[in-house]
Write a protein that binds this ligand. Structure first.
Ligand SMILES: NC(=O)C1=CN([C@@H]2O[C@H](COP(=O)(O)OP(=O)(O)OC[C@H]3O[C@@H](n4cnc5c(N)ncnc54)[C@H](OP(=O)(O)O)[C@@H]3O)[C@@H](O)[C@H]2O)C=CC1
Ligand SMILES: O=CCCC(=O)O
Length: 323
């Protein structure tokens, strides 16, 4: 068993990486079940299979707000004292941070993971950041002799719980291969996109489209409602046509009720739109729709909606311009 790789969930978060137990079995929890016997009768059969066949890793976790690690510790994970100590203790370190500043701080800060890395180790950054940040972290990691993989994910809380995330990876191919069994526990698919920066760019393109779709969907629901249409019927009609999307079907009903249970926080959607617009500017690609949508999300964030789900963008459009 000592030959098994260790895995480090560097940052565990309430929104994303810490689904509530014992109702569901998170793939992140699954990863820590190295040689532990599953006792929860709430575990879905599919997860049981995944855990038995793939998820036998020894996990050490660290999070800035340490209490967020407690549920994982109580399931058998070890507590890391700092990013540095945790990376030093593990073969492969996964990082999941809010934004570029957080990703840099945890990788390269005074007690950053880079200080605990050395040849033979790997650092996988799963955060959604811009390509420049990813490249800076890659350079710092590689200077230690360790390997780097960027691996932002498409998919939110439920796919994380179900182990059906989509990994958009780029960087050191040997680390991609070494980390693949771990990615397969957490995800349903993975793309290897070549040079560092390509994974970040792919993620920003996807989230730029997603943010615009959600804003447009919100406008449609509100316009329809103002003309007297039933929003539930609008969702049904959209769901049967060429523009049907799982996102509309999943979020639409709760949006109609004015409920926005957070899976993907609005503040992070705005961060991704901002980064996408900056990337577009850098490469000289006009993105006027994304720029306008970014302004709308920024306004929603400054109006206190940042911690709501990004579908709360509909609230920013609930104004009566004829009043
Ligand atoms: N939620 C989702 O559905 C998805 C999110 N993502 C991306 O994943 C990342 C995480 O998202 P999510 O979990 O929702 O975000 P949260 O805001 O819930 O969590 C952010 C995490 O980053 C930590 N953090 C922030 N700044 C620092 C810092 N300077 N030093 C140390 N730790 C820091 C926070 O620590 P603390 O707990 O102490 O505040 C927390 O653990 C983001 O990049 C997001 O865009 C990607 C796909 C889907
Ligand atoms: O970055 C967040 C993505 C959310 C999703 O793909 O549903």
């Amino acid at each position: 068993m000592s030959q098994l790789p260790t895995l480090y969930g560097l940052v565990a978060t309430t929104h994303f990486l810490l689904p509530k137990l014992p109702c569901v079995m998170s793939p992140y929890i699954a990863l820590m079940l190295w040689e532990l016997v599953l006792v929860s009768s709430f575990v879905w059969p599919d997860h049981l299979e995944v855990i038995c066949t793939a998820a036998r890793y020894d996990v050490t976790v660290w999070n800035r707000s340490t209490s967020k690690c407690d549920p994982l510790i109580s399931e058998g994970a070890k507590r890391g004292e700092s990013p540095e100590q945790t990376a030093a203790a593990c073969d492969v370190t996964f990082a999941m941070l809010a934004d570029p500043a957080g990703a840099m701080e945890v990788a390269c800060g005074p007690q950053g993971a880079v200080k605990g890395l050395s040849a033979g180790k790997g650092y996988v950054d799963v955060s959604t950041v811009d390509d420049e940040t990813s490249k800076a972290i890659a350079e710092a990691v590689r200077k230690t002799g360790a390997e780097f993989l960027e691996a932002p994910v498409s998919g939110s809380k439920k796919p994380a719980v179900d182990g059906t995330l989509i990994f958009l990876t780029a960087g050191d191919k040997p680390l991609f291969e070494r980390a693949s069994p771990m990615l397969d526990v957490m995800g349903k698919s993975k793309f290897y996109l070549g040079e560092v920066g390509n994974g970040a760019a792919m993620k920003l393109v996807v989230n730029m489209v997603m943010g615009s779709m959600m804003a447009s969907f919100s406008e449609g629901l509100l316009l329809g409602a103002k003309t007297g249409l039933d929003p539930k019927t609008i969702i049904e009609v959209i769901g049967q046509g060429a523009i049907s999307a799982p996102m509309f079907a999943m979020k639409g009903p709760s949006m109609v009720e004015g409920q926005y249970p957070t899976a993907f926080p609005l503040k992070h959607q705005q961060k991704d739109l901002r980064l996408a617009v900056e990337l577009a500017d850098k490469v000289g690609q006009p993105t006027p729709i994304a720029a306008a949508v970014n302004d709308l999300y920024a306004q929603a964030k400054s109006n206190g909606l940042g911690d709501e789900d990004f579908s709360a963008i509909i609230e920013a459009l609930k104004v009566n311009v004829n009043a």
